[in-house]
Write a protein that binds this ligand. Structure first.
Ligand SMILES: [Zn+2]
Length: 257
């Protein structure tokens, strides 16, 4: 009997294997900050974030970057790991999330917008918040956080013309590699917006994986990893519920989309 299933044989193997029952829980955050107005529900206060991380700790779970999570899945050693992600790269996380995670020995992936380094979330209607600077990207990388790409300018990638798609995906990877001095293996679709062309562009640009938000059954895999939104209302009790329902929710939404 021949089986070509060695651990660590790269993304292809894991894509083949990535079934619903193997699907890990990946938390999606944007910012951790106390702000006045948050119409798009992007922030979790530092106290709430600490409560959520303490809940993981109490339950024997460890927060890691998505890159680490996938590597551990390939090795068959992902039990007890939960992916933690931050989209957009808000500066606030430097003072809030980073110390909270580091103090627990946790890590995370920060998906940065390469064309808006040191800029603001100008694509959003709502309050303007600063995004990480080049120095802060390097600080995050040095602290063991995975730097992923969140495109060059935060457009919706579905239906984007091919040349712009290429520039947004491959261009951001090259820029972030140069900036962070590290390889950039992960991508997160802005607004969770993607189609087959976007997934192909991410694969062709050399990324190992891409995070979506919701994923249809057909798309579920390394190029469309579903994540669970975590917000200010997510107390420890609600997190426990979200953990229990994680696979059921992926299945339900996958069937609907
Ligand atoms: Zn975003």
């Amino acid at each position: 009997m021949t089986r070509v299933a060695r651990p660590g044989t790269g993304p292809t193997m894991i894509r083949r294997r990535l079934r619903l029952r193997d699907m890990p829980m990946i938390l999606m955050y944007h910012s951790v900050a106390s702000v006045g107005a948050d119409p798009n529900s992007l922030c979790v206060t530092p106290d709430r974030f600490a409560e959520q991380m303490a809940w993981l700790d109490r339950n024997g779970l460890r927060g890691v970057s998505v890159g680490t999570l996938l590597a551990r899945m390939r090795a068959g050693r992902a039990r007890g790991l939960v992916g933690i992600t931050f989209d957009d790269g808000y500066q606030a996380i430097m003072e809030t999330a980073l110390p909270e995670l580091s103090s627990r020995g946790f890590s995370a992936t920060v998906f940065v917008i390469s064309g808006l380094i040191g800029g603001t979330n100008r694509w959003d209607e709502g309050p303007s918040w600063p995004l990480v600077t080049a120095d802060q990207v390097r600080v995050l990388a040095a602290a063991g956080f995975e730097i992923g790409s969140h495109s060059v300018s935060h457009p919706r990638l579905a239906d984007l013309p091919a040349d712009r798609l290429h520039a947004e995906v491959a261009g951001s990877r090259a820029d972030l590699r140069a900036l962070s001095g590290a390889d950039v293996r992960g991508f997160a679709y802005p607004y969770g917006s993607m189609d087959a062309a976007a997934r192909a562009a991410v694969r062709k640009a050399g990324f190992d994986y891409a995070c979506a938000v919701q994923t249809s059954w057909a798309d579920l895999g390394l190029w469309a990893l579903p994540r669970v939104y975590i917000g200010q209302r997510d107390t420890a009790a609600r997190l426990a519920g979200k953990r229990l329902l994680n696979r059921g929710r992926i299945a339900l939404r996958g069937a609907r989309s």
